[in-house]
Ligand binder design. Structure first.
Ligand code: AMP
Length: 301
């Protein structure tokens, strides 16, 4: 079993009401990889510049993430994102985005990355997602994330990409925008009609909801009293969710999907306890299992 993720590898500068950090390791593919690494072998694919050094490689490799497919562009600079959060931590304000080497990114997967059993196309241009999907045909489980920028500027390509994956993981606002449906259940149904078997809508601190052709399941967010930085929560959720499913293998049944929702919730909750990757990079598997047990206990009706 192995999982390939393609997406941004970044330096993030983040300010929240509880502190700030300059140029810490971030990016969708990084948050995703660290979360998924608890369950399966993860290969991360993305570009970085000369400013990406041994400390960053070591952080990923320290969690067992395979970094051989990170492309270091000579003379280039790594993608940079600056964002802030106010009192309501559910909404990020983007203050600066410098695509740098990420702007010309056209990934060519190595044979090992292309042979993955699970593929996650993090939030990148839909046409790039489609090109990667075409190189990774054997993945039994392929999923994608997207954002309002692509729904507005590349809708047709995005609908094409959605038609080629098994699972879509997006925020509730994005699923509404994508479908043009204000009602979440109808909106998710409309996205399933585009092709995927499963749609997961991420609801920020309120949790996540899973829609399948004839099923529905929801989990609350884990009720934390200390949240420092929500950056990467959605990607950590996706990492826990897909990492767990890749570890199980085969076509997931309803019970697998429900447990995957639990692991996604748990990984997202650890991610937000500290800034950037600080918490997940020091996390232990037994902490993951203990929190999953708490979540199961909390939600047993
Ligand atoms: P999340 O909080 O899970 O939605 O993802 C946050 C991560 O997305 C940050 O670490 C950023 O580096 C990354 N990010 C921000 N804007 C973009 C973008 N336009 N494309 C790709 N990644 C981005």
């Amino acid at each position: 079993m192995s999982l390939t993720v393609v997406g941004s590898i970044a330096f993030d500068s983040v300010k929240t009401p509880f502190g700030e950090r300059e140029r810490m390791l971030g990016g969708s593919a990084v948050h995703f990889s660290l979360a998924a690494s608890f369950f399966t072998d993860v290969r991360i694919v993305g570009p970085v510049g000369d400013d990406f050094g041994q400390p960053e490689f070591s952080l990923l490799e320290g969690r067992g993430v395979e970094t051989a497919d990170i492309v270091q562009v000579e003379g280039g600079e790594t993608f940079f994102w600056r964002g802030s959060y106010g009192f309501d931590l559910n909404t990020a304000t983007t203050e600066e985005t410098a695509l740098n080497v990420f702007g010309d990114f056209d990934p060519e997967l190595s044979p090992d990355s292309a042979a993955a059993s699970t593929l996650f196309l993090a939030n990148i241009q839909p046409e790039v997602q489609r090109r990667v999907r075409a190189q990774c045909r054997d993945a039994g489980l392929a999923a994608l994330d997207s954002m309002n920028l692509w729904i507005e500027s590349a809708r047709d390509e995005l609908v094409g990409a959605i038609g080629e994956v098994d699972c879509v993981l997006v925020n509730d606002a994005e699923v509404r925008q994508l479908s043009g449906e204000p009602n979440l259940a109808r909106a998710a149904r409309a996205v399933i009609d585009m092709g995927p078997r499963t749609v997961v809508t991420k609801l920020g601190e309120y949790g996540a909801a899973l829609f399948t052709q004839d099923g529905f399941f929801a989990v609350p967010g884990f009720p934390l009293e200390d949240v420092r930085d929500p950056t990467g929560a959605g990607d950590s959720f996706a990492g826990g969710f897909l990492g767990y499913l890749d570890g199980v293998g085969g076509t997931p049944d309803e019970a697998d999907l429900r447990l995957a929702m639990g692991y996604g919730t748990v990984l997202a909750s650890f991610n937000v306890e500290k800034f950037g990757c600080e918490r997940v990079s020091e996390l232990e598997r037994d902490e993951v299992e203990a929190r999953l047990a708490e979540l199961r206990n909390m939600t047993g009706l």
